[in-house]
Write a protein that binds this ligand. Structure first.
Ligand SMILES: C[S@@+](CC[C@H](N)C(=O)[O-])C[C@H]1O[C@@H](n2cnc3c(N)ncnc32)[C@H](O)[C@@H]1O
Length: 324
């Protein structure tokens, strides 16, 4: 469960308190239909103040949770590494900025590049009273990613952006990311299309000399049978009252599905194996679907007789590393 930090929750509640529920619901219908299409955008999808406030109500908690979950796996792989500067490309209202500082509180500077001034205005407003000085003092730059030469940063995040770009724009963006020397983190919706965009970026980054940090435990071809399955993970998100009202949802939580890849040309660390399905628990047995360090998919059954390993398997979650 990746709950929003209390200071972000408070800032969102304050920003949303004066927005009529009917406006949020109406804008939600349009935005969610458009986002589900996963089609490249010739003009920004969220463009107006009503769009950005609605996005912050129903999507920002989920994108925060997805980015946080992905970066948490990186922090597990690289326990001695803390990025000093973050560059967040297509940052919207700042979800990945909040997520990165939540995972690495010592991250000391961040820049958010975003094309929509209204998203930046809300992102800055949400950040005003953040506990993290890095969130409060982040630099927000209005601009298009295809017209910007990126500064180098220890951590570059691109979260839920690729689907808004044409395949050629995605390739150009990834080619620019490949010149970065630190961590490059790409996160997309956990749909077949999101996975395909992540795999294409992954293969392009590997060809440019990057190595995988997460989730893949190898640098070989992805073993997921294409067209029949897709690699994705989930993060549980608590829904606030306004989040539920905006979506017309009853459940107090939702499971955000996401696909991701984190690479680096300089840092090196990989899990021995990665759990790529919800572990199945039966009496005295835990069954783990693994992507292995040999670049294969296999089932591992851990039985109660295996003692410590069995207890570890019972506590292991979808998306976690698993020892070799
Ligand atoms: C779905 S939102 C994701 C926002 C944020 N990264 C998150 O995870 O919540 C996609 C964002 O990418 C931005 N974006 C799309 N194309 C862009 C471009 N060419 N240059 C700069 N920003 C862009 C959009 O304006 C939007 O804010």
């Amino acid at each position: 469960m990746a709950d929003l930090p209390q200071d972000l929750r408070t800032a969102l509640d304050a920003a949303l308190s004066s927005v009529p529920g009917a406006q949020l619901t109406a804008t939600f219908q349009r935005l969610s239909t458009r986002y589900r299409e996963e089609q490249a955008a010739t003009t920004p999808i969220m463009a107006t103040p009503a769009d950005v406030i609605t996005y912050s109500a129903y999507r920002m908690p989920a994108t925060f949770a997805a980015v946080r979950s992905a970066l948490e796996q990186v922090a597990l792989q690289l326990p001695d590494f803390t990025p000093a500067q973050q560059l967040d490309i297509g940052g919207g209202t700042g979800a990945a900025l909040w997520a990165a500082t939540d995972v690495w509180p010592a991250l000391s500077a961040a820049t958010v590049l975003e094309q929509v001034p209204e998203a930046i205005a809300l992102g800055k407003k949400l950040a005003l009273n953040a506990e993290s000085p890095t969130v409060r003092d982040a630099t927000w730059t209005t601009g298009r990613l295809d017209q910007t030469t990126f500064a180098s940063a220890d951590l570059v995040t691109v979260s839920y952006v690729l689907s808004e770009l044409s395949p050629a724009q995605q390739q150009d963006l990834v080619a620019q990311l490949a010149t970065q020397q630190g961590l490059v983190a790409l996160i997309e919706p956990g749909t077949p299309g999101g996975y395909e965009r992540i795999v294409a970026a992954r293969d392009q980054l590997i060809a440019a000399g990057h190595r995988l940090i997460a989730p893949c435990p190898h640098n070989l071809a992805c073993p997921i049978p294409r067209g029949r399955d897709w690699c994705h993970f989930t993060s549980r998100v608590n829904r606030s009252a306004v989040h539920r009202r905006t979506k017309g949802a009853e459940l107090g939580f939702e499971d955000e599905k996401f696909s991701y890849v984190v690479t680096s040309p300089t840092l090196q660390a990989q899990a021995a194996n990665r759990v790529v399905r919800h572990p199945q628990q039966r009496k005295g047995l835990v069954s783990l679907r693994l992507c292995t360090g040999d670049g294969e998919l296999r089932e591992e059954i851990v039985s109660k007789r295996q003692g410590v390993l069995y207890r570890a398997a019972r506590n292991t979650e979808f998306g976690d590393p698993w020892p070799g």
